[in-house]
Design a protein around this ligand. Structure first.
Ligand code: AMP
Length: 392
């Protein structure tokens, strides 16, 4: 056995030590790993030189940075603004309600929304993500393969066409003419069975598109899309919508790559929130948004730290809202869609998602209802220049 000593700047927690041992023993079969206050000793068969082992340990220490933490980041800012900006945004028609749960956006609000999308897109470019474009609907088969109907029935919105025959079309046309009395359309015998539903998340289409791939190269992907969930704010607020917009960055490949990608993005998102001068944090998700067996699932999720949320303070509600999330799916999608990496192992995956309406709303809640009130460095970071109050 050969011995390589790698110095470390910090003492590692038990969870981090277990992770390093497991990963090193996978890469160097038979290796023994000992932890000291400021160093790690690796005894190995000598197939790799010292520099390679030190590089491997450094990379694993980086990946393990978040493993034992619930609070990954906290930017404790003091918001200058304390009112709900929505009434003002509606009065200037930057935000127009189309129907409870969905809105038309324009003017300053849309500029901020697009600038945020651009910033997250730039984050994706920095890691050479492959850009993708998805349909706004998922085939029923995609919902089925990931057991979505069973896990999230409360979020499902299915789409069905009018049945494909002349008589039904005529009956439908007569029943729902302009002068008929109706506010909703019954999903009855005139409608065909649903073959697809509105997409309730962005990233899943990426893994679906990789179905039955073998020898998959580690890669990042990115997509911006509309997302639909059967929920809405009781007060017509912008914080809980039926149709909202998300940019995701996905990372698919071997386990180490996926965990490293997650750590890279945790750090970029922390810088992003700091640049936006938001009172915000990144924390383990304890929001039990699963309908079935909610307690068990949130316990599992916390124990494995599979989901973190980007939480921004909403001063007038005196609570935080999730403006983004960081997810580690382990090999869930790799198994569901039979995706294999270069070594023949089932692929791992993860993603980050940023909700554009929520983040834009949180910025207005904290910085002010008029862009002219916002801190200049935040406007500069978003490429929005100097704003002068138009006195509206
Ligand atoms: P999730 O896939 O649940 O982690 O959602 C990703 C992001 O989408 C969240 O962090 C929010 O920013 C946003 N989001 C989720 N649900 C809604 C909603 N009903 N209305 C507006 N934004 C939402």
């Amino acid at each position: 056995m050969k011995e390589t000593t790698c110095s470390t700047a910090q003492t590692l927690a038990n969870e981090q030590r277990e992770f390093l041992t497991q990963m090193l023993q996978t890469s160097l079969p038979g290796a023994r790993v000992e932890f000291h206050a400021d160093a790690i000793n690796v005894q190995h068969a000598g197939q790799q030189d010292d520099a390679a082992i030190v590089g491997m340990v450094k990379r694993l220490v980086y990946i393990a940075r978040s493993l034992n933490k619930d609070l990954l980041f906290h930017n404790a800012a003091t918001p200058q603004f304390e009112r709900d900006p929505q009434p003002y945004l509606e009065s200037t028609r930057e935000v127009i309600q189309v129907h409870p749960g969905f809105f038309t956006l324009q003017g300053g609000f849309l500029e901020v929304f697009k600038a945020i999308n651009g910033r997250v897109r730039a984050m994706a470019d920095e890691v050479d993500a492959i850009e993708q474009e998805y349909p706004a609907v998922w085939p029923v088969r995609l919902f089925k393969q990931i057991d979505y109907f069973h896990e999230f029935p409360h979020q499902v919105i299915l789409c069905a066409p009018v049945k494909d025959d002349f008589d039904t079309r005529k009956r439908f046309a007569d029943t729902y003419g302009k002068d008929a009395e109706f506010e909703t359309v019954a999903m009855d015998q005139m409608m065909a069975p649903a073959e697809y539903g509105l997409e309730p998340a962005v990233c899943d289409c990426c893994y679906y598109g990789l179905e039955n791939t073998s020898e998959l190269q580690n890669a990042y992907y990115t997509c911006y899309n509309k997302v639909f969930r059967n929920e809405r704010s009781g007060f017509g607020g912008l914080d809980r919508l039926t149709c909202f917009s998300v940019r995701d960055i996905m990372f698919v490949g071997d386990e180490q790559f996926v965990l490293e990608a997650r750590q890279v993005l945790i750090e970029r998102l922390s810088t992003f929130l700091t640049s936006l001068q938001l009172d915000a944090k990144i924390e383990t998700a304890n929001d039990p948004f699963f309908s079935n067996d909610a307690v068990m699932k949130s316990v599992f999720q916390n124990a494995h730290r599979l989901k973190y949320e980007l939480l921004a303070r909403i001063p007038h509600l005196d609570r935080d809202i999730a403006v983004g999330s960081i997810n580690f799916h382990r090999d869930f999608f790799g198994k569901a869609f039979n995706i294999e990496t270069l070594t023949g192992a089932t692929a791992f995956s993860g993603c980050i998602g940023v909700g554009m309406e929520r983040l834009t709303y949180a910025l207005y809640c904290q910085h002010g209802e008029r862009l002219s009130q916002w801190p200049q460095p935040v406007l500069d970071y978003l490429g929005l220049g100097r704003r002068v109050d138009q006195g509206r």
